[in-house]
Design a protein around this ligand. Sequence first.
Ligand code: CAA
Length: 259
Amino acid sequence: MSVYEHIIVEGKGAVGVITLNRPKMLNALSFGVFREIAAAVDDLEADDAIGCIVITGSEKAFAAGADIKEMQPKSFIDMFSSDFTAIGGDRVARCRKPTIAAVSGYALGGGCELAMMCDFIICSDTARFGQPEITLGTIPGIGGTQRLTRAIGKAKAMDLCLTGRMMDAAEAERAGLVSRIVPADKLMDEVMAAAEKIAAMSRPAAAMAKEAVNRAFETPLSEGMNVERNLFHATFALEDRAEGMAAFIEKRKPVNKNR
Ligand code: CAA
């Protein structure tokens, strides 16, 4: 396991929890934070005990964006050479295990983008989402113009990216950015329950379901349907599929082996 300075990484049963831990800076995402998140995903993905990963922040902020104080003196060549967006943008999205963002308070700029890299977002009623980069004279750099537009459509994505305004939890749910809103004091209970449920499923089936849904964002419908069909057929090679269907017929709970 790696040693972490800006995040806390815990294995809670079959769930790996990554908690952003820079409270004084509202979990601003520095290069170091992104490197640690990437290392934590490496560690948790390699750990056979873990079946689902949760990324969360504090009650006040999931993350208020990339670290503006760190970015302020940087030049084009600094940003281009460090490939900040690749470090920050790829690892969580490339994780093969299911991921959930548990968002309370601010999820702005890189914070909103980090949440969107997860497979789905469960937020508290205090959550605020936005892409305020325009107010700093810049634009989103790790998915705010791309994943957000795919998630909520052009009209709202343009509105958020061009005005820099924040969206509350209810608007985010209506727009399809979040899957559920829960009271702030119940957020982690609800997220952990969902994560434990996912971790108890057939691991390969969960990975295939995730891969198939993600293909919907990358391919035309006919290609996506092909991928889905091939993966669906592949599940018939899984012991867990045989067990799952047998258990249904025998009116008992399935015992998944491939986890
Ligand atoms: N980077 C660095 N520091 C930040 C920060 C950020 N993104 N967000 C907040 N902080 C710091 C503040 O500077 C402040 O530090 P000091 O006490 O040393 O002054 C501390 O966190 C607390 O913040 P505030 O006093 O501002 O708290 P608030 O409750 O009054 O306001 C807020 C909260 C509305 C979220 C406000 O902090 C804010 O607007 N933050 C910046 C949001 C933003 O613009 N994010 C986009 C960043 S750019 C980006 O993300 C690029 C990309 O796509 C990769």
